[in-house]
Design a protein around this ligand. Structure first.
Ligand code: TLP
Length: 366
């Protein structure tokens, strides 16, 4: 317990959850920047732990059971990052030379350092989507009949919500249709659900409904859910045992990981429903920014916690000018910035961001 003399000696950043290098800035670069709250830190400090490589960490086990149940799967594996979760999935589903179908702007293809090829030795086959989604017909067109020249079609990857499309949501029936087509074609499906709970909260459906029928699903605890580290890869129990071996091969077997898993459990218990606040803030931001001359924003396109903002001129220069005004936002295209709302940015922070955008556009127009 945090009490008495010990508590007074605790460094300020430990009790406040603050005092980071960028304190005082409105950080809209990503929901990955959230820092654990004092309550979450307490849960971490008090976690029961053991050596998870021996399967002896009770908190990791509890997190894996809780997470698997939430997405309707039999078992789960705690991994250090979403990237590792996706790549363990690709490694477990495929063999060298297999073909992996994914949307052309998907994280697994765009942002994971080429590791479908580099680690699994598989060939990614990008499918151009519409706002991050593709249809069963698109998939059927992409999958070729067996032929001596072609790789073996094996895996389809979906992403919900879709990051580069701006946090867009796949509806249950859209997932169902692609999963049914994939299975008919003899393929397996992995769902990159880094922000699956954002999709579930936005649609008002259980996360399990959005993962129904898929062969594996990964979701992140370290994004909008607010944990400092960690993702869960979920699937059938025997498949997860094979995935556990791949995680070990990648060096992802962690020891007293219950300290981290406790944060994940806390996040699942306390931070899911509140994602609706982040979505409301994103909608509000988009509505305000759309009124600023010189910016290109479509408030109707905001489905979860992301806003894509077209800016006049290079996004990197605009981002720098925002930073000088205390607001951080990352480019996601040559003239596009991505804003991500999360539990460490409140409405007042969003108001400051709007002011900063107003000031930069005014200066550019002058
Ligand atoms: N996305 C990060 C960056 O890597 C771009 C971000 O700031 O949005 N799948 C999806 C859909 C993701 O958005 C991310 C992270 C991951 C997987 C990877 O998760 P981590 O960062 O834990 O490896």
């Amino acid at each position: 317990m945090w009490r008495g003399a010990g508590e007074r000696r605790r460094p300020a950043h430990f009790s406040s959850g603050g005092m980071g290098l960028l304190d005082g800035l409105v950080d809209l670069r990503s929901d990955t920047v959230t820092r654990p709250s004092p309550e979450m830190r307490r849960a971490m400090a008090e976690a029961e732990v053991g050596d998870d490589v021996y399967g002896e960490d009770p908190t990791v086990r509890a997190l894996e059971e809780t997470g698997a149940a939430l997405v309707g799967q039999e078992a789960a594996l705690f991994v250090p990052s979403g990237t590792m979760g996706n790549q363990v999935a690709v490694l477990t589903h495929t063999q060298r030379g297999d073909e992996v179908f994914c949307e052309a702007e998907s994280h697994i293809y765009y942002y994971e350092v080429g590791d479908i090829a580099a680690l699994a030795g598989a060939q990614p086959r990008p499918i151009p989507g519409s706002r991050g989604r593709f249809t069963a017909a698109d998939l059927r067109r992409a999958v070729r009949e067996p032929n001596i020249h072609f790789p073996r079609p094996r895996l389809v990857c979906l992403e919900n919500t879709h990051n580069r499309a701006g946090g867009t949501v796949w509806r249950p029936e859209e997932v169902d249709a692609v999963v049914a087509a994939a299975h008919e074609l003899g393929l397996v499906v992995h769902l990159d659900g880094a922000r699956l709970f954002n999709a579930a909260v936005a649609l008002g459906v259980p996360a399990e409904r959005l993962a129904r029928g898929v062969d594996s699903v990964m979701f992140c605890l370290s994004k909008g859910l607010g944990a400092p580290v960690g993702s869960l890869l979920c699937g059938p129990a025997d498949w997860i045992e094979r995935a556990r071996k791949e995680r070990k091969r990648l060096g992802g077997g962690m020891r007293q990981a219950g300290i981290l898993a406790a944060a994940g459990l806390y996040a699942l218990r306390h931070n899911v429903e509140r994602l609706a606040e982040d979505h409301a803030n994103a909608r509000w931001l988009a509505g305000q920014l759309a009124r600023i001359e010189g910016l290109r924003v479509d408030p109707g396109s905001v489905e979860t916690n992301m806003v894509l903002v077209g800016v006049p001129g290079p996004a990197a220069a605009f981002s720098q000018a925002l930073k000088e005004r205390g607001v951080l936002a990352n480019p996601s295209g040559p003239e596009t910035l991505r804003l991500v709302t999360h539990l460490d940015v409140d409405r007042a922070g969003c108001e400051r961001a709007v002011e900063a955008f107003r000031s930069v556009t005014r200066e550019l127009a002058a």
